[in-house]
Design a protein around this ligand. Structure first.
Ligand code: UGA
Length: 424
């Protein structure tokens, strides 16, 4: 099997047996299969003798929010013209209708012997190896029955139901799945926000809801909003695809808006406890868009840090793997959690890294200027954190009363009253 990339450094790293990104288990997998794996910059070399060619390039959003398919098209255009029978398998997330266009382009080049199948990928970062080897389902959409059969056979040995469908439906399954999961997250985030107002605990609510087999427990964790290279862009793709096709997908507008506001809610929570943030020191703990990845794409931490800087806060940050130094100017980065919280007026759990489970320690409390923890992932036990002498506030959970803060840290008025406007 040959893997082709256009970035020489990545190919060199992979050839040296290393992985150019952080994903648990991928290095062992490559190591175990090194005998039958090759890495190359050369498209012709990669494709030579292949029966299947997988397109796995990214499809980032354009300025309009639609999918930028230029990399998909480049990969297809670089396919050596050959009359050999091979099947092009689309793994990249593409708008519905892309398969039809690729088919037409292949036919126009006289490559009608090349088959085409949509075989969307459902793996999540951080658990990619497990998700790939033990998927919930395998989706195959092809124009020709024989091509669908061949792609299905490639997965023989994987214990998962296979959904065979037409190409457009396979493409839609991918977009609809991501949009639905994002919708659940925005839904539970809104429930959390209402819980805060009415005195309910969203963790209990999510558990109580999720035990209903019709609802299920997954993707009901409230937090600082969803990020990553998939949900935000795929939800936007689906919304725009619908719009471009003449349908106004109202629900997805709300899903997106709720998510944008959720990323900013921590700022309000900090202001509630600290008053103005100008001159206050805030420690952001975790920067990656979720744990077990170094991916910062669309990470809520970026929006949060930028808002805090705009409010005049001094922002310190820590992440065990993600390097945000090129993205977040004006933030100071630290190697340990303790160093990050030193002198801070608040510590914010932004990513649910395991290392943060022991955050509410005596060391942390003594190092901080104000012992305030804002738990953006509901990672910690509120009672334990309070018993350790911190003011605690999570997402959608009863918050600490404001009067537990030390007298010297009396909150300022978040919105100081303005002098009435005078008429000239
Ligand atoms: C997502 C999907 O889960 C995969 O099935 C899909 O293949 C992938 O996108 C893709 O299209 O390539 P990923 O973005 O890696 O995978 O990560 P998720 O674990 O789904 O998390 C996405 C975001 O939602 C993260 O910011 C996470 O913190 C957030 N999230 C997730 C919540 O806020 N609450 C939850 O209950 C679950």
């Amino acid at each position: 099997m040959a893997v082709r990339d256009i970035v020489p450094e990545k190919v060199a790293t992979l050839r040296a047996g290393k992985v150019p990104f952080y994903e648990p288990g991928v290095d062992e997998l490559i190591d175990r299969n090194s005998e039958r794996l090759g890495f190359t910059l050369d498209a012709a070399e990669a494709v030579a003798g292949a029966e299947f060619v997988f397109i796995c390039v990214d499809t980032p959003p354009t300025y309009s929010g639609d999918a930028d398919l230029s990399r998909v098209w480049t990969a297809i255009e670089e396919l050596p013209v050959s009359r050999e029978r091979l099947i092009l398998v689309m793994k990249s997330t593409v708008p519905v209708g892309t398969g039809e266009k690729v088919r037409a382009a292949l036919d126009a080049r006289g490559l009608d012997s090349v088959g085409y199948a949509s075989n969307p990928e459902f793996l999540a970062e951080g658990t990619a190896v497990r998700d790939f080897l033990e998927p919930d389902r395998i989706v195959v959409g092809a124009f020709e029955e024989a091509d669908a059969e061949a792609v299905e056979q490639l997965h023989a040995g994987v214990d998962a139901p296979v959904v065979r469908t037409d190409v457009a439906s396979a493409e839609m399954i991918k977009l609809a799945s991501n949009a639905y999961l994002g919708t659940r997250i925005s839904f539970i985030n809104e429930i959390a926000n209402v819980c805060e107002l009415v005195g309910a605990d969203v963790n209990d609510v999510a558990r109580g809801m999720g035990l209903d087999a019709r609802i299920g427990r997954s993707y009901l964790r409230p937090g600082v909003g969803f990020g990553g290279s998939c949900f935000p862009k795929d939800i936007s793709f689906l919304k725009l695809l619908a719009g471009n096709s003449g349908y106004h997908f109202q629900l997805l507008n709300s899903v997106i808006e709720v998510n944008e506001l959720q990323k900013r809610r921590v700022v309000g929570k900090l202001q509630k406890h600290l008053g103005t943030l100008r001159g206050k020191t805030v420690a952001l703990l975790g920067l990656a868009f979720k744990a077990n990845t170094d991916d910062l794409r669309e990470a809520p931490s970026i929006v949060l840090a930028s808002r805090l800087l705009a409010e005049g806060a001094d922002v310190r940050a820590w992440d065990p793997v993600a390097d945000a130094s090129q993205v977040l100017k004006g933030v100071s980065f630290h190697d340990t959690v303790l160093e990050t919280v030193t002198g801070a007026d608040a510590a914010v759990v932004v990513t649910e890294w395991d290392q943060l489970r022991s955050l509410a320690s005596t060391d942390t409390r003594e190092a901080m200027r104000t012992p305030l923890i804002i738990d953006g992932r509901n990672l910690l036990d509120p009672d334990e954190v309070r018993a350790a002498g911190f003011t605690y506030e999570g997402i959608g959970r009863a918050s600490s009363p404001l009067d537990v803060l030390p007298e010297t840290e009396e909150p300022d008025q978040p919105f100081p009253e303005r002098a009435p406007a005078t008429e000239d």
